[in-house]
Design a protein around this ligand. Structure first.
Ligand code: GLC
Length: 627
């Protein structure tokens, strides 16, 4: 490859070592040197458009290496409008975000998106324009600068599988321009769409059945995997890939640090397949990884791969040829809620065994709740060993977590109930699923305390895991479900709005009063967060293992890093339990400060222990000398 004379040294130095691979991959898909040349020029232009400050930021991050792997990272995910009305409003609340210890801020989609046909902002009509009600691109760039000054990194969605039907490309396609129809999947009649439907599952079987939509303006059928107004982009067309990469780098150049690759498994379609996770997707993500590391190396790619466990990990790529820097730990999340409902930790234990066995370089983004539903993508082959059958089990989980099972105080709602497959998913906030909503309604203090105990235990489990813990806005103060969406004609069909309610700043104020439920929860969560930040043993480089507790209600995890050791025990049942462990040495409980043996440890209902030991303590070196 000949480097172009106008390219500067920094750009060429970054490009040279990876160009051969990138060219190879690009040609594997497109075999089009003209398009590749355009792609390289686009990379150079994006690199040049990057501000001086951001370039300095890049160099700092390259030097710092794995800056995002520190155990001090803690995230919050929020909707701009729910949290503070506008982007400027979010900026005004940065003190709050810092008070909670968050240094990673995921702003839910905020680019222009048609009202009522936006899927919560996931139908973008202009990738260069902020939704006017939320502010401007300049506001976003300003917020990003303000965040950087405070050491906060910003994550933004890049909705790359589809555009809104109002995007200029879609409008021109509707008007009959072939060039733009070729950016999507257009068909003259239903023959091929019907053939696709035979092998392609449905994402929204109830709210948006089918994968195709009739487009009367063009008199054709168009592919719409998600909602009918979200038109799938055709990445077989190199122009689509080039232009979308340019859009991504444009967002990086506004100071966005983490690009969330929305619905990335879906971006390549082939007739006769399920159109998910096809090998070409990995090629595209690898090229995007390389491209971003050349033009904006301070940015990271976070893959939204909400798939069964064996489909997720390949998106990390290999250590030498990485794809995504980070992935959602969706299986651990779903297995956690499974365990809340079953109080049987064996599935979660198995999942943690898998996670502990992965290379430490693989960074997960861990979470309890996010803006989406909880899908029951569990390891059913494993559950089958206990005679547990998929449909019946999902039914049980959904009954329990919607409060329709004896003894359950959970208050969730079903999502996309598909009676044919018995495949409903679930919505609700953490606090409502833990029983806080029922306790408040019943004015039952005993239940309230129990629900907060469960909420805190789940967060302790979240914070024990390697990776970046990301809380969903409101969870830090026990935000409850918001039923007002039932009255909103634009939202009522999508129960995910149950947990997308407005953040109530008056209730959040109560966090300062420890006699309120908000205060009780907040104080305990802040303590956990402070402990995590203080101890390097929560670092992603730590050794981790599953600790056998010989009690199916108690999950045990171990961590070790540079002389520090932690034994973490989580009681998922509402009864007293004993963790039948028998470890040497004396430990300190990081929460209560008490000294105790790690032998037959008693745990109250939904409680946990963080038992800590530091071999760097002089008492250990003394012992060694004596020996
Ligand atoms: C992702 C988002 C989800 C959205 C979908 C379509 O899965 O998380 O909210 O509906 O993509 O863009």
């Amino acid at each position: 490859m000949k480097m172009k004379p106008e390219w500067d040294k920094e750009f060429t130095d970054r490009l040279r070592p990876v160009e051969d691979e990138m060219h190879w991959l690009y040609n594997e898909l497109y075999n089009d040197d003209h398009a590749y040349d355009y792609f390289l020029t686009m990379l150079w232009n994006s690199y040049q458009a990057r501000s001086k400050d951001l370039r300095a930021w890049d160099r700092k991050r390259i030097k710092a290496g794995d800056w995002y792997k520190s155990s001090k990272m803690l995230g919050m995910c929020l909707y701009t409008d729910c949290f503070a009305g506008t982007i400027k409003g979010v900026q005004k609340h940065l003190d709050y975000i810092q008070e909670c210890g968050f240094n990673y801020l995921h702003l839910m989609p905020l680019l222009e998106s048609p009202k009522g046909r936006s899927d919560g902002g996931y139908a973008v009509s202009d990738f260069r324009k902020v939704e006017p009600e939320l502010g401007t691109m300049e506001d976003l760039a300003k917020l990003n600068r303000a965040c950087h000054k405070r050491g906060i990194s910003v994550c933004l969605d890049f909705v790359m599988n589809h555009t809104s039907e109002d995007h200029i490309w879609a409008k021109r396609a509707k008007a009959g321009e072939k060039e733009y129809q070729d950016r999507y999947f257009f068909f003259d009649d239903w023959t091929i769409p019907r053939a696709f439907e035979e092998t392609v599952p449905q994402v929204f079987p109830t709210t948006a059945p089918g994968n195709f939509t009739w487009c009367p303006e063009a008199n054709k059928v168009v592919m719409t995997t998600f909602y009918p107004y979200q038109w799938d982009l055709n990445y077989r067309n190199p122009t689509v890939f080039n232009d979308m990469c340019e859009n991504m780098l444009y967002l990086c150049n506004q100071g966005v640090d983490i690009i969330r690759l929305d619905a990335v498994p879906y971006i390549w379609k082939t007739l006769g397949t399920n159109c998910r996770n096809l090998p070409q997707v990995h090629t595209l993500v690898r090229i995007m990884h390389i491209a971003s590391q050349i033009a904006a190396p301070g940015t990271l790619l976070l893959g939204e791969v909400v798939m069964e466990p064996d489909k997720v990990v390949p998106y990390f790529g290999t250590i030498e040829k990485p794809e995504c820097h980070m992935l959602y730990n969706v299986t651990t999340m779903a297995s956690t809620w499974n365990t809340v409902a079953t109080r049987d930790v064996r599935l979660l234990q198995r999942q943690m065994n898998v996670v502990c066995g992965l290379p430490k370089q693989y960074m997960f983004l861990n979470y309890l709740r996010c803006h989406d539903d909880i899908g029951w993508g569990l390891d059913y082959d494993y559950l089958a060993r206990f005679g547990i059958e998929q449909v019946a089990h999902k039914k049980y989980l959904n009954s329990f977590l919607t409060g329709n099972y004896w003894g359950s105080d959970s208050r969730g709602e079903l999502y996309n109930d598909d009676p044919r497959l018995g495949d409903a998913r679930l919505c609700g906030t953490t606090a409502s699923l833990c029983g806080t909503e029922a306790a408040v309604y019943e004015k039952n203090d005993f239940k309230l305390k129990a629900s907060i105990d469960l909420d805190v235990m789940l967060h302790a489990f979240l914070l024990t895991q390697s990776g970046i813990p990301v809380l969903y806005s409101g969870d830090e103060v026990g935000k409850l479900n918001d039923y007002s969406y039932h009255q909103d004609p634009l939202k009522k069909d999508d129960s995910r709005y149950l947990h997308r309610g407005k953040f109530d700043w008056n209730l959040a104020e109560m966090r300062k009063d420890p006699s309120t439920r908000q205060g009780m929860l907040f104080e305990r969560l802040m303590k956990l967060i402070a402990i995590r930040k203080e101890h390097p043993l929560f670092d992603a480089s730590a050794d981790t293992w599953v600790l056998q507790t010989n009690n199916d209600c108690v999950l045990g995890l171990g961590r070790y890093y540079e002389g520090e050791k932690l034994l973490a025990l989580f009681n998922f049942s509402e009864n007293d339990q004993t963790a039948w462990i028998n470890e040497g040495e004396t430990y300190t409980d990081l929460i209560s400060g008490e000294t105790m043996d790690a032998k037959a440890v008693a745990l109250g209902p939904h409680s946990f222990r963080w038992l800590y030991l530091n071999y760097n303590d002089p008492k250990f070196s003394g012992e060694k000398e004596e020996a």
